[in-house]
Design a protein around this ligand. Structure first.
Ligand SMILES: NC(=O)c1ccc[n+]([C@@H]2O[C@H](COP(=O)([O-])OP(=O)(O)OC[C@H]3O[C@@H](n4cnc5c(N)ncnc54)[C@H](OP(=O)(O)O)[C@@H]3O)[C@@H](O)[C@H]2O)c1
Length: 264
């Protein structure tokens, strides 16, 4: 009973931005729990093909679709193709995202708009075209990838925080509108994760590394695979009465005000 609650065998999961990074870690988790993974990215077909091979090497059923999540026409075409070639989409993880680190006063309006477009508008666009199928079948799971910046500000990430704060509220509103169709919409808010992008700063003595390790009650960066459990839970039967929450997988950062660096 307890294992079957989390079983995703035969479910089709579209994970946007799953060619690498956190999207890939969550998609791998769903795949190892039995789901067929629909891989997405935008920058190159080659990258998608390589990712599909990586999933398959781990025994996961995977197919790739290249489309830009901010472009509604591309999204509509891709979803029609996925539904025709793979089948119904049971699980949607809106993970594709970007960040631009610029103080607000120096930020170009176009850059601000681009962050909002990818991080906030695209989960709306993709959901708008995937959810009608879920409504017809009276079943579905949508997970929006939020951030600690859905709750907190930080220097130089104003556009990102505006988008991710908005995404938390969009999650609550989607949950409100779609719960009656047996569609559960929730979010995952990752803390700081050890990815290839953060590798150069993840060294003892680097001010940002030391800040993160000191600021996190678990006293370490997260391993991307730590996100798999929350992703499986929110994709499975185990969360059938969980609506409109954001699960923060952050080593406890949001639980505390932090501590001085000279305190144990
Ligand atoms: N890394 C962290 O510590 C952290 C913390 C909190 C929240 N998050 C959130 O977690 C998510 C993943 O982060 P990450 O660090 O893994 O990012 P990442 O390494 O930069 O990967 C982003 C993914 O999104 C795809 N993508 C970007 N723009 C796209 C578009 N317009 N259309 C389709 N795909 C697009 C990329 O695919 P291609 O490159 O193939 O185009 C890639 O697969 C994001 O929403 C991010 O905000 C990350």
């Amino acid at each position: 009973m307890s294992v079957s609650l989390f079983d995703l065998k035969g479910k089709n999961a579209l994970v946007t931005g799953s060619t690498h990074g956190l999207g890939m870690a969550m998609a791998r988790g769903l795949g190892l729990a039995g789901a067929n993974i629909i891989v997405n990215g935008n920058s190159s077909q080659d990258k998608i093909d390589k990712a599909v091979t990586e999933y398959k090497n781990e025994g996961i059923n995977a197919v790739g679709f290249k489309f830009n999540v901010t472009n509604e026409t591309e999204v509509i075409d891709a979803i029609a193709k996925i539904e025709a070639e793979v089948g119904q989409i049971d699980i949607l993880i809106n993970n594709a995202g970007i960040i631009k680190r610029t103080p607000l006063i120096d930020m170009e309006v176009e850059d601000f708009k681009q962050v909002i477009d990818v991080d906030l508008v695209s989960p709306f666009i993709v959901s708008k075209h995937v959810v009608p199928g879920m409504i017809k079948r009276k079943a579905g799971k949508v997970i929006n990838i939020c951030s600690m910046m859905s709750e907190l500000g930080r220097n130089s990430v104003g556009a990102y925080a505006a988008a991710k704060g908005g995404l938390k509220m969009l999650t609550q509103n989607m949950a409100t509108e779609w719960a009656k169709h047996n569609i559960q919409v929730n979010g995952i808010g990752p803390g700081y994760f050890a990815t290839s992008q953060t590798e150069p700063i993840r060294v003892d003595g680097h001010p940002f590394n030391d800040f993160i390790v000191n600021r996190t009650p678990a006293a370490k960066w997260g391993d991307p695979n730590d996100l798999a459990g929350a992703a499986i839970f929110l994709s499975s039967k185990a969360s059938d009465f969980v609506n409109g929450h954001v699960v923060y997988v952050d080593g406890g950062i949001l639980a505390t005000i932090g501590k001085p660096s000279n305190e144990d």
